[in-house]
Design a protein around this ligand. Structure first.
Ligand code: CTP
Length: 472
């Protein structure tokens, strides 16, 4: 097989070949490494399967290097790992597996190469390359994985019901590979995913979410989300997303299908940013629409306050999906809450204070917010799209102008809570907050200038209204 390996990789494979030969065990490169080399994708780790003891082979290989690299091994699984600077190699003995119905943990027994290839998830992942003297470098491809790579097809080597029932995570993997590689899932394989969707319930949330993140980071994430929806998996793993689907009509008045709108927004964002969390913000930007949907007589459909309700849903969704409950979550929440703000600034006669307020609220995430808002324009009417985009250019220019003169993005008001407490002899409490907020609002609204003297005078004035006098 003619695949492009680096000199370091070839050097390593020769060492594995000689070590295997000395031990008298056959060994093969297998799985994702072979697949990605054929496709021409960057590879990370190489899996070696041998007809014998994987841990013993790993030690024999390690001993051929100077200095000898550490072998990390897991006796219970019979696997071993060697890290060689940028290359990570995993060794395992070929095995056959049998699964019980309610667990992803298989019963494992030693097997032949064929047994090992049979138990793999997809034909494109079951390709092996011999590292043995008699046929070194030969591709061993019992399921025509090579043909499936050429035809861009994901399918299971065995009957799909068995492959998915053995390990239901593979349903997510099928969709993830189809999305990453822009491959089609074979009909029988996809039908089986639909039939086995309920089995996803035995898979841990962390693994499901790992796959969701990989879908999110693909060039066109909508492919994966659409397949998740059509297979019935989405209904089980993320029902709030499914609620976005469909358009309702009353008196001939309808609204857009918010599910497909959302998918287009993610793809639009993906064209401009690789940031996983900005892509999640795109996915969730309208998540508050189903619970806020109303039909107003004579007016049509409204989703008033969906950005606020959506913002409140973000922590619950992150928690359920076991996404991180940290500043990433708060970033997504903030963007969901603010996603309508820039559009409200495209109207005429917008004051500097409205611009300042957005700069203050968005802070350093203003660029991300603008990417999301532009991506949110999904009208089919080209004229409309152009007009909206031009309006955004104007808003962007105003944002830049105001930021240039007022430096609001990372701004803190010139009077701190500390100064307020010292000036009036206060301890931390409600009054300090009231005065502090009043100063901030006055500056953002342009009522007073953004400097210490003006803010100090305003502080004294506001405090007087609360019957507070400066200490002498
Ligand atoms: N595999 C499998 N079923 C799974 C997971 C993995 O059959 N649920 C097999 C596949 O043959 C796969 C190999 O184990 O190619 C290695 O798995 P992994 O490292 O998880 O995936 P890769 O295929 O290497 O792809 P990626 O690194 O993108 O996840």
């Amino acid at each position: 097989m003619d695949i492009k390996c680096t000199d370091r990789e070839l050097f390593l494979f020769k060492k594995i070949a000689t070590a295997s030969q000395e031990l008298g065990v056959a060994s093969y490169l297998i799985g994702g490494f072979v697949r990605d080399k054929i496709i021409g994708r960057p590879t990370k780790d190489a899996d070696i399967v041998c007809l014998g003891d994987g841990i013993e082979l790993a030690h024999a290989v390690a001993n051929r290097f100077n200095p000898v690299p550490t072998v990390a091994f897991f006796k219970t699984f019979g696997t071993a790992q060697i890290k060689l600077s940028d290359l990570e190699v995993e060794f395992v003995g070929a095995r056959k597996e049998s699964y019980s119905r309610d667990s992803r943990k298989p019963e494992v027994a030693p097997g032949s190469l064929e047994d090992d290839q049979n138990r793999r998830d997809f034909t494109i992942n079951a390709l092996a390359i011999s590292l043995n003297r008699e046929n070194y470098g030969t591709l061993i491809d019992p399921f025509n994985g090579l043909g499936d790579i050429e035809a861009k097809i994901i399918q299971t080597p065995l009957a799909p019901d068995q492959t998915f029932s053995d390990d239901p995570l593979r349903m997510m993997r099928a969709i993830r590979f189809a999305t990453q590689l822009n491959f089609t899932i074979a009909e029988a394989t996809f039908t089986s995913i639909c039939n086995n969707a309920q089995r996803i319930k035995i898979v841990s949330q962390e693994r499901i979410t790992d796959e969701l993140n990989k879908i999110m980071l693909s060039p066109k994430p909508s492919l994966g989300w659409d397949l998740l929806y059509k297979s019935g998996l989405l209904q089980i793993i993320f029902p709030q997303m499914v609620d976005l689907q469909g358009a309702e009509y009353i008196d001939g008045m309808g609204h857009k299908d918010n599910f497909y709108h959302t998918l287009q927004v993610i793809d639009n964002v993906a064209e401009h940013s690789n940031d996983l969390w900005l892509r999640w913000a795109a996915l969730l930007h309208d998540i508050g629409k189903p619970p806020t949907k109303r039909f107003e007589e004579g007016h049509g459909w409204t989703f008033h306050g969906h950005e606020v309700v959506g913002g409140r849903m973000v922590p619950k969704i992150f928690s359920r999906l076991k996404l991180p409950m940290n500043e990433k979550m708060r970033f997504v929440q903030k963007l969901v809450e603010l996603h309508l703000r820039p559009i409200s600034l495209t109207k005429e006669n917008i004051t500097d204070s409205a611009i300042r307020r957005l700069l203050f609220d968005a802070g350093e995430d203003i660029e991300a917010l603008m990417i999301l808002c532009k991506a949110d324009i999904t009208s089919k009417n080209k004229y409309k799209v152009r007009r909206f985009l031009q309006n955004y250019e104007l808003v962007a220019a105003r944002l830049e102008q105001v930021e240039e003169s007022d430096r609001i993005r990372n701004w803190q008001p010139p009077i701190t809570g500390e100064i307020i407490m010292q000036t009036f002899g206060l301890t931390p409490g409600k009054q300090v907050g009231i005065i502090k907020d009043a100063i901030r609002e006055a500056i953002l609204d342009g009522v007073i200038a953004n400097n210490y003297e003006a803010a100090h005078a305003y502080m004294v004035e506001q405090a007087a209204a609360l019957n507070l006098k400066p200490l002498q």
